[in-house]
Design a protein around this ligand. Structure first.
Ligand code: GDP
Length: 444
């Protein structure tokens, strides 16, 4: 196994004790190591390039948290970007369609298509109580249809009776009819593979898709194929169109590079991973776990997260205390706005709170968006410390000066002051009494 990225970055960046923001130089040195780590994890070159460009854009100028080294900060940014690229959330197989829902499995020969069909069928039957029918459309390999039948018997899942001489499209149509008549919820079509991507294979897949109208088209790919995974995913997605990816043999590849490459190239979610030959060796795909594998450094990430949490908690506690004493000046408002920006702005924050979708629309209709947060910070930034602590002294001439300094208008400043007054009133009433609602909200 390669040295952890942590060690390597450490040796480069331990010398740097720079505080404040990450410089071009810090980032460039760290990114050289990140690039190597990604290549060693078998991420495709073009994906590595795109990825490091994105990280560079995010990292240069980023604020370095207290008690964290610049190299560690870069790793945290890389980690977060990895998760964002891999897809933040787990995406299940989508069965939201009229029954029978057709799921088509595509991929190269030997990738684990048939095995995965059986695994998925078993899972849907046992865990989601679906009535599943499997059909093999592989008429090229003599034993393929038989193999699926045996799998069906092993797992207790029905398979379409084999009729010799039928072509793939005929079988697909027959499977759909049988499923309709038999009251099945799901039909899994296990298609034929080839040893490599070629036009006849793609044409066959496209034709089956056109006739069988699958709701899900899952590309089954061997995680050990590494670099080839990119071409594979791109070809299948462009030519046939896929809705998701299942990565197999993850048990044999601890590196996870194929996951990143395929997801980055297609933008399609990795839905499941195969972790062994047994029929229950199928797991949901968790972006964070793969990101940790790729970087091999969960410890740095949690260190940085802790540091971030501590700072937030310190700030929140201080804020809660001030509010309890009835104080909420423009410095506090600026803190709040920054906190909001950190949490992904208005959109991000509202997205995290259940039932806030409607409010989010209303807020953006009222112009209360992330651009506005920035302007508000500019307004507060143009005030003197005295004005921030005591907004009541803001009269006409001061407002004019602040408007000029922040590139806004007196009207905008008035709006901010009004919002501040309203918030201060609410905070005061909420902050009353120990263990008040506000204190709980702020984690105090
Ligand atoms: P197909 O040609 O794409 O249908 O591939 P198969 O389903 O026949 O699988 C080929 C081989 O890979 C079989 O020996 C499977 O047991 C094995 N296999 C499939 N998925 C996995 C997996 O997730 N991990 C491991 N270790 N082996 C797997």
């Amino acid at each position: 196994m390669f040295d952890s990225l942590q060690d390597r970055l450490g040796s480069i960046l331990n010398g740097l004790t720079g505080r404040g923001a990450l410089s071009d130089k810090d980032v460039a040195a760290a990114l050289r190591e990140v690039r190597r780590a990604l290549l060693e994890a078998d991420v495709a070159l073009e994906v590595v390039r795109d990825f490091t460009d994105r990280v560079r854009a995010k990292a240069v100028g980023a604020e370095i948290l207290k008690s964290i080294k610049p190299g560690q900060m870069v790793v945290k940014i890389v980690h977060d970007e990895l998760i964002a690229t891999l897809g933040e959330t787990q995406v299940p197989i989508d069965l939201n369609a009229p029954s029978p829902v057709v799921v088509m499995m595509v991929g190269l020969q030997g990738s684990g298509k048939t095995t995965t069909s059986g695994k998925i069928a078993k899972r849907l039957t046992e865990k989601q109580r679906k009535k599943v029918l499997m059909a093999s459309l592989d008429t090229r390999r003599p034993a393929a249809q038989e193999q699926l039948k045996v799998l069906g018997e092993q797992t207790g899942v029905a398979t379409l009776p084999i009729i010799a001489g039928q072509g793939p499209v005929e079988i697909a149509i027959r499977a759909e009819q049988a499923a309709r008549l038999g009251g099945y919820d799901v039909v899994i079509l296990d298609t034929a593979g080839r040893t490599h991507i070629d036009e006849p294979l793609m044409a066959e897949m496209a034709e089956i898709k056109a006739r069988a109208k699958p709701h899900e088209i899952l590309l089954v790919a061997d995680s050990l194929t590494g670099q080839d995974a990119v071409n594979l995913a791109r070809s299948f997605d462009e030519r046939v169109g896929i809705t998701g990816i299942v990565l197999t043999r993850v048990d044999g590849d601890g590196r996870g590079g194929a996951a990143l490459s395929m997801r980055a190239v297609t933008g399609k979610p990795i839905k499941l991973i195969g972790t062994g030959e047994k029929m229950d060796a199928l797991e949901d795909f968790h972006p964070a776990r793969i990101a940790d594998r790729i970087l091999g450094m969960g410890d740095i990430v949690s260190l940085v997260e802790k540091a971030a949490e501590n700072i937030d908690a310190e700030q929140a506690a201080a804020m809660a205390k001030r509010m309890q004493s009835g104080k909420f000046d423009l410095n506090d408002l600026a803190d709040q706005i920054r906190q909001m920006q950190k949490m992904g702005g208005m959109g991000g924050m509202m997205g995290m709170m259940p039932g806030m979708g409607k409010m989010k629309d209303q807020m953006s209709a009222a112009g209360l968006d992330d651009k506005m947060l920035k302007r508000q910070l500019a307004v507060i930034g143009s005030m003197t410390p005295k004005e921030r602590a005591n907004p009541d002294i803001l009269k006409h001439s001061r407002k004019k000066r602040i408007a000029a300094g922040s590139g806004t208008s007196s009207a905008e400043i008035n709006k901010l002051l009004k919002m501040h007054r309203q918030m201060a009133d609410v905070m005061k009433s909420m902050g009353k009494g120990k263990g008040g609602m506000m204190q709980k909200m702020m984690g105090g």
